[in-house]
Design a protein around this ligand. Structure first.
Ligand code: PDD
Length: 278
């Protein structure tokens, strides 16, 4: 197993980063998680485009060109010991001589990448659905950037775990934003509803796939603001991400979602389309 660090490939125990790295001291960096199916990176170009958006948002020059990243990711996906993987990639603003919030004059970014086996959710979660809690979205106002400053997301996810649930659904000012590490969809009266991509949520790659599949298969869908009341009154509620794919949420804060408290018929269709497509 090899870890990518600044263009070199090293055994994990030899891949070291300075304690003065701004990623470590300030969470000053960005990341991506890229799913790999049968050693083939899924939606690689979209992930790398989003990586560039995050880098631009934190004013950090990309240490590599897009085609170089494509090569690195493809090489890693090809040589890892698992067919299905998730590739983790991060770029931080690198080490500083003394601790100082302001950017170093000649920042030398630190790039790190490694593969892990893909941990797809157990079939039971898909078949029976999962439980979620809700919380106020306490994050900053640039949630469109995939930064490594994930403390708020970690605290929010832990609320779910503490309650024996899988995900925390977030509301800001009465509107649905997303999950602590996932995008959220609502189904009402046969229509798939998705929140608008803006600075309050991550532009999810899986979110895009779900909407593309809806369009392709003629499933009515709307991208618009979704209120907390609409979320709680949903017929179906889904979460999705690169590692979880699509999962049905059947309980929210202890209340049953929709009629049955079981995964809904629209979810079943979307799940099948996703499996066929990926
Ligand atoms: N998280 N929203 C947030 C806050 C996320 O962290 C993620 C993914 C998503 C879904 O994005 P995508 O479909 O592009 O994976 C939405 C990754 C998987 C993670 O942090 O591990």
């Amino acid at each position: 197993r090899r870890v990518f660090i600044d263009g070199a490939w090293l055994p994990p125990e030899a891949a070291n980063v300075s304690v003065m790295d701004r990623g470590f001291l300030f969470g000053d960096g960005i990341y991506e998680v890229i799913p790999v199916y049968s050693r083939r990176p899924f939606r690689l170009e979209q992930h790398l485009t989003r990586m560039q958006h995050s880098l631009d948002g934190i004013r950090l020059a990309n240490p590599f060109r897009l085609d170089e990243w494509m090569g690195f990711v493809t090489q890693l996906a090809g040589e890892a010991e698992w067919d299905d993987q998730s590739i983790y990639l991060q770029v931080t603003r690198g080490p500083m001589a003394v601790r100082n919030h302001a950017f170093p004059k000649d920042a030398r970014p630190t790039s790190v990448m490694f593969a892990e086996p893909m941990s797809t959710p157990p079939a039971s979660q898909r078949e029976q659905g999962i439980a979620a809690v809700s919380a106020a979205d306490i994050r900053w106002l640039r949630c469109d950037l995939k930064t490594t400053s994930l403390l708020a997301n970690c605290l929010l996810r832990q609320l779910a775990v503490d309650a024996g649930c899988v995900e925390t659904v977030l509301f800001r000012d009465g509107f649905l934003t997303e999950g602590s590490a996932s995008s959220i969809f609502v189904v009402k009266d046969g229509v798939l509803l998705a929140p608008i991509k803006n600075h309050l949520m991550l532009p999810g790659i899986t979110y895009d796939v779900v909407l593309e599949l809806a369009a392709q298969h003629g499933l009515p869908h709307e991208v618009r603001d979704i209120t907390e009341a609409e979320t709680r009154g949903a017929d179906e509620l889904w979460m999705c991400s690169s590692t979880k794919e699509v999962l049905p949420i059947v309980r929210l804060d202890g209340a049953t979602v929709g009629a049955g408290g079981t995964p809904g018929p629209v979810f079943a269709r979307m799940y099948a389309w996703y499996q066929e497509f990926k």
